[in-house]
Design a protein around this ligand. Structure first.
Ligand SMILES: Nc1ncnc2c1ncn2[C@@H]1O[C@H](COP(=O)(O)OP(=O)(O)O)[C@@H](O)[C@H]1O
Ligand SMILES: [Mg+2]
Length: 377
């Protein structure tokens, strides 16, 4: 029998802006049960508006509209998810909504991270308590506000059997290193571009949002000098804590680092961008001699060419999907935000200060009351 309030919803849309990923989960002491999943692409008009905002081509009017509209899409995703699950809403304790990142700017005198998708709209449309705005408290405490998934990775995936690396390949890629000795420090940081640069190049040259199964990359040849020039960006050698976003690793960055790209074969560039993702992830792994198993999650796990090249680069490691340790790769991030919502309601910390660089553990997120909160008062 289902205990009341045993379930949580997690909602995530990453920098790829491909779709809202929703999960309905329940947490047991040492595992997560994925009850139902649902992915909802953004309407084309909204996605175009979001891309314009990311590229500095929007007004405050556009920002407000997008904030409300993303909230509606997140709410619709939740309602469809719940309907498909057959779970009664009264058994759902809360939604954890990451929102849609438009900017992540952890440096400078005024660091900030901007996620939109109005949580008031989500709470109102679903009737469920909604936790959102997870990153900014960590930032206010001097942290990067990212990555936030390592605490969830630690809870779910840490084992005394081996030191594990969890690698999430979304628009940006991030790694969590879970030491075999539970008392040792968990590491985590953004390694650099994941699929984001590949997606942008593919869109520009073939008008396709991503290079399905790495077909264009497969048809191209690695340009070693270009790869070397890209890898010489100081980000890759900077020590953690560090986090980045599409506002840094984008086509403008590519053109600045490698002028004269238009003379090259687009497939060779696509291949070189894939190898950039591979090399920067492989570097993060080989820099840490203790790592045994490497577990991949995020949409990049579906790019067979990317996985082939990663396996080749990391021939001395056991490279698997997170499916092998209990959670399907496409739902790890959304499940993490369901877990972070649970942590917020428990008034427990959601950040790992050793990862983000924050001054200490912090309770993350703001809570927007659901309908039941009103009816009991
Ligand atoms: N079959 C596939 N072949 C190649 N790439 C894929 C495939 N499926 C998904 N992807 C990549 O995964 C990305 C989405 O991954 P996701 O983890 O949702 O990223 P984000 O968290 O940034 O939204 C897509 O933009 C695409 O680059
Ligand atoms: Mg996505």
């Amino acid at each position: 029998m289902t205990e009341p309030h045993a379930h949580y919803v997690g909602l995530m849309s990453g920098t790829s802006m491909d779709a809202v990923d929703g999960v309905l989960v329940s947490f047991f002491p040492d595992r997560v049960h994925l009850t139902c999943t649902h992915s909802m692409p953004y309407p084309a008009e909204l996605r175009e508006g979001l891309l314009r905002l990311v590229n500095n081509q929007g007004t405050p009017e556009d920002l407000g509209t997008a904030d409300q509209w993303v909230g509606e899409v997140f709410a619709q995703c939740t309602n469809e998810l719940i309907a498909a699950s057959g779970i009664d809403r009264k058994h759902i304790a809360a939604i954890g909504s990451h929102g849609q990142t438009l900017r992540h700017h952890p440096g400078g005198p005024h660091p900030f991270s901007l996620q939109i998708g109005d949580p008031n709209v989500i709470a109102e449309r679903t009737g469920l308590t909604t936790v959102a705005d997870f990153r900014r408290r960590d930032m206010a405490a001097g942290g990067q506000g990212a990555p936030l998934v390592p605490a969830f990775h630690q809870w779910l995936f840490q084992t005394t059997a081996e030191t594990r690396a969890i690698v999430n390949i979304g628009g940006i890629a991030n790694i969590t290193v879970l030491p075999q000795a539970p008392q040792d420090t968990v590491l985590g940081f953004d390694t650099g571009p994941g699929n984001g640069l590949m997606d942008a190049w593919c869109q520009q040259h073939w008008q396709q949002p991503f290079d399905e199964d790495g077909r264009h990359a497969r048809a191209g040849t690695l340009l070693p000098q270009l790869l070397h020039a890209l890898l010489s960006d100081p980000y890759f050698n900077a020590p953690p804590p560090k986090s980045t976003g599409k506002e840094y690793f984008n086509l403008q960055w590519l053109n600045q680092r490698a002028p004269g790209l238009h003379q090259a074969n687009p497939e060779d560039i696509q291949r070189t961008l894939l190898e950039l993702t591979v090399a920067s992830i492989a570097k993060a792994i080989t820099d840490d001699e203790s790592i045994g198993g490497v577990y991949i999650c995020g949409g990049g796990a579906r790019n067979t060419m990317l996985m082939k090249q990663l396996t080749h680069q990391l021939a001395n490691y056991r490279l698997c999907s997170t499916q092998d340790i209990g959670l399907a790769p496409e739902w790890v991030e959304a499940a993490a935000f369901a877990w972070l919502a649970m942590r917020s309601l428990q008034q427990a910390a959601g950040n790992l200060p050793t990862v983000t660089g924050a001054r200490g553990p912090r309770i993350l997120g703001a809570i927007y009351a659901g309908a039941s909160t009103l009816s009991i008062r």
